[in-house]
Write a protein that binds this ligand. Structure first.
Ligand SMILES: Nc1ncnc2c1ncn2[C@@H]1O[C@H](COP(=O)(O)OP(=O)(O)OP(=O)(O)O)[C@@H](O)[C@H]1O
Ligand SMILES: [Mg+2]
Length: 307
């Protein structure tokens, strides 16, 4: 047998690309983006797993439950991901909860990392152990942000006095820390993309100022800023039936043509996916080993703490 033949017989062990959607600021559109990124990837023909880490609100879970229910009677094929919802730890001890949640999260990732090309993870708006863990695992981190200085303030302190401005704020600090940890394991690059969401369709001075602030911060914090989704009713109205503007809702509405807002919404989601520059194939073996090593290290750390 030739060396070439041997190589081609090796299993093509690839691992999923992990997209984490997160921002410690609440209500910026994490779940909305998780839904649209997940559905867009499914529609592009990828095998997609989704994980809901928001154990309280479970918005992503609710969406896919609605979608599964609609799918059972839909006149067309409605794509569904493999979806997993993390359960909350319910012990009195924070450490026990963290250990249990770590185990459940590691198991959830292990269950999907070979079979799926993408894992999309929606996170809660809180600083928890699990949130930090998810950040350090991200290949692509998507942080939606609304056009407001209140939203920018969780990345870099906003202040009228220049001397008090620009300090790295708590959420950016969390991401930078996750990057440092990740680098220790696999020289991992977390591609951090800040996505403007609920943008106004009319030009305003505020929007210009936000765009300027974001491009200034991008160099300092090493993220890529991008214009994401405008504020459109279509991005929220289809939640009860688990559909999105990407689905052929014109058929459900018995209309022959796309509405203008559906067409614009589709263009925006397509542009967002293109900007994310996701790989077309899963990541290779080295990446998989690095992830396992990362989980091993953390579980060793927990065992030592407990012992
Ligand atoms: N581009 C958009 N156009 C219109 N409505 C939007 C858009 N993005 C989000 N919304 C709406 O804004 C609200 C908050 O969005 P979403 O629940 O996705 O945010 P979140 O960051 O997941 O919130 P939480 O921090 O509570 O988990 C929801 O009512 C959602 O329907
Ligand atoms: Mg949410």
């Amino acid at each position: 047998m030739t060396a070439q033949a041997k190589t081609s017989e090796l299993p093509d062990l690839r691992t999923a690309h992990v997209v984490v959607v997160a921002n410690e600021k609440g209500g910026t559109g994490k779940s909305t983006l998780s839904i649209h990124i997940g559905v867009a990837l499914l529609k592009a023909g990828f095998r997609v797993a989704t994980i809901d880490l928001d154990t309280r609100q479970r918005t992503l879970t609710r969406f896919f439950e609605n979608r599964a229910s609609w799918a059972s009677n839909a006149p067309w094929n409605v794509e569904l991901p493999y979806h997993h919802t993390l359960e909350r730890g319910n012990s009195e001890s924070v450490r026990d909860n963290e250990t249990a949640e770590f185990g459940a999260f590691a198991a959830a990732v292990a269950a999907v990392e070979h079979e799926y090309e993408f894992v999309v993870i929606d996170t809660p708006a809180s600083d928890s152990y699990l949130m930090r863990l998810a950040h350090s695992l991200a290949d692509t981190l998507v942080s939606p942000i609304n056009d407001s200085f209140i939203d920018i303030d969780v990345f870099s302190r906003v202040h009228h006095d220049r001397t008090q401005r620009g300090q790295v704020a708590h959420y950016a600090d969390l991401v930078l820390e996750a990057r440092r940890k990740r680098r220790l394991v696999d020289q991992g690059i977390i591609d951090w993309v800040l996505v403007r969401n609920r943008m106004s369709t009319t030009q305003s001075n505020n929007a210009k100022q936000i765009a300027t602030s974001l491009s200034r911060l991008a160099t300092e914090l090493q993220f890529r800023p991008t214009d994401g989704l405008h504020d459109r009713v279509i991005f929220r109205e289809l939640f009860p039936i688990g559909l999105t503007a990407l689905d052929p809702i014109e058929e459900a509405m018995r209309s022959n043509s796309l509405s203008a807002s559906q067409a614009s919404a589709r263009r925006e989601v397509d542009a967002l996916i293109a900007t994310l520059q996701l790989p077309e194939r899963g990541r290779g073996l080295a990446h998989l080993q690095a992830r396992h090593e990362w989980f091993d290290r953390i579980s060793r750390y927990y065992r030592e703490m407990k012992g």
